[in-house]
Design a binder for this molecule. Sequence first.
Ligand code: GRF
Length: 221
Amino acid sequence: MSEASADLSAAVLISGGGSNLQAFIDATASGELPLNLCVVLSNKPTAAGLVRARKAGISVECVAHQDYPQRALFDAALVETLDKYQPDLIILAGFMRILTTTFVDHFAGRILNIHPSLLPKYPGLDTHQRAIDAGDQWHGCTVHFVTAELDSGAAIIQGRVPVLAGDTADELAARVLVVEHKIYPQATAMIAAGRLEYRDGCAWLDGERLEEPVQIQTDVL
Ligand code: GRF
């Protein structure tokens, strides 16, 4: 992946509202992000993000996790479905299933996720409330490469927002979400431009190993 390519294709995996998916739809439609969104896949047939995908003319797929008795079988079905589209990148955008090595090894080094915390702080769920409860001054989100270990692959970009006095988890989540919509397409644009890759368990940007994620401080209040 050393040259810029407008032909890079990506599958976006969702479970819910798909506001991050929308950020990708908008960034590709405006030409700001040279990426072909080849398919949107949901594990929930009712995910509102599927409506956004259809409206944008993107192919949609649904693989319902309840139909599979084991995680590895569900992951194998995901792989089979996604392979029809031959995506270069897998973008997890609010996809609320833990992925096993069946999936992660198949798309090794080509899976991105956004997590609503400043990783390594607060992997897992309820990140906003946990940041408030801990009295943190700063919270935010992290785009990272995905490994089989939850929310722990090499971090690429972090966006920080202040935690304000009296913030509820919902208020803080809404402020973080605005930043998610900026940094996720930005990280993907770096891959599309051939500037960013995953190698030897690390993120490499412009040929240098990223020791720390790129920090984006925002004025979102
Ligand atoms: C985002 O906060 C994302 O970080 C988390 O789930 C949420 C998905 O939101 N993993 P949306 O479906 O993109 O609106």
